[in-house]
Design a protein around this ligand. Structure first.
Ligand SMILES: [Fe+2]
Ligand SMILES: [Fe+2]
Length: 334
């Protein structure tokens, strides 16, 4: 993509036709260069071929290459969408399983964040779910090999990355707590990881000004916010996902005393995997700087939860969280 074609309004950059993938939605306009156009092509030499969002088919892509169209063009202002598309559909994450889990988990987290970002910025389809399952699987492998690798996941880097970082962080911690509670079957652990990664996906339909509001929410804003578990469930229910994953998404804000939302479930009405994800979610949120609170240390967060969530979360799950996060020495060192 070294060359570009400038016009007064747009700068066109070539993309390879074979970078487009069958049955995928592209969120960028694609242009063709009319015959005879070259490096000095004028704007009128470019023809809008596919207006976003556009679903490419194998047949169409084959026809294009058959008539010799190897290059297509995009408007540079939509480059970010194209990059995201490439990341989602083409790049196969390369994870070196010989690398130590504490380093490897960072890379897995990074890949997971990009995928969660894709879920938020474009449609969630079976393909992205399949890739997230790959991430969940790698998280389980890292944690099984070295449970302490949970300490090495990255905390918040940039403000607007919050939800993506948070999602993978919750997926990792949910899995680690489940392991502490004695779950060892990799397939079962994978559902914990997937549930944690996807738990807040319904927030993609909450307006950003509500999501990132520093002050208290107005009643109508709070209603929008409270809809995210149900919205997430609705977005995912048609996909091929285990019911445990959907339950985590739908119920991760329920509390065992019935004070949670959306259904006010109580005690055992809330499945254990949901209770684990809930605790991981609260802990991850408390230990991250947000517009409405500063970051707490692990110790402060656990103390906060101990005092403010008494009767609201399962003591057994809370103890498993404590056990998987801290040792006496680590608390003293903090
Ligand atoms: Fe949530
Ligand atoms: Fe969350």
């Amino acid at each position: 993509m070294a060359t570009g074609y400038a016009s007064e309004r747009k700068r066109f950059v070539p993309i390879r036709t074979d970078s487009l993938v069958d049955n995928t939605a592209a969120h960028f306009d694609v242009y063709t260069l009319l015959e005879g156009g070259d490096g000095n092509a004028k704007p009128e030499d470019f023809l809008l071929y596919a207006k976003a969002p556009y679903t490419w088919t194998l047949r169409e892509l084959t026809d294009l290459t058959r008539v010799g169209i190897q290059d297509l063009f995009i408007d540079e202002s939509q480059r970010r969408n194209y990059d995201r598309y490439l990341r989602l559909h083409l790049e196969t994450p390369e994870i070196d399983r010989n690398e130590e889990p504490r380093f490897r988990i960072r890379k897995v987290q990074d890949i997971g964040q990009h995928l969660v970002e894709s879920c938020f910025l474009s449609d969630i389809d079976q393909q992205v779910v399949g890739k997230l399952e790959g991430v969940a699987n790698e998280l389980v492998l890292c944690l099984k090999e070295d449970p302490k690798s949970v300490h090495h996941i990255q905390s918040l880097a940039e403000y607007d990355l919050y939800t993506y970082v948070h999602s993978v962080g919750v997926g990792t911690l949910t899995t680690a707590v489940a392991m502490k509670m004695g779950i060892s079957d990799p397939e079962e652990l994978k559902t914990y990881a997937m549930g944690g990664i996807l738990h807040d996906v319904g927030k993609k339909l909450v307006p950003l000004q509500v999501l990132n509001k520093p002050g208290p929410l107005l009643p109508e804003e709070w209603e929008m916010m409270k809809a995210h578990p149900t919205t997430g469930f609705e977005l995912l229910k048609a996909l091929d996902l285990p019911k445990e994953v959907l339950e985590i998404v739908a119920s991760h804000h329920e509390k065992i005393d019935g004070s949670g939302y959306p259904d006010g479930l109580m005690g055992n009405e809330i499945p254990v995997h949901v209770q684990v994800a809930t605790i991981a979610d609260i802990f991850n949120a408390l230990t991250t700087t947000r517009c409405y609170h500063r970051k707490r240390s692990r110790f402060e967060a656990l103390m906060f939860m101990k005092h403010h969530l008494r009767g609201k979360v399962s003591p057994d799950v809370f103890n498993a969280l404590v056990a998987c996060l801290v040792s006496e020495k680590e608390l003293k060192d903090e």
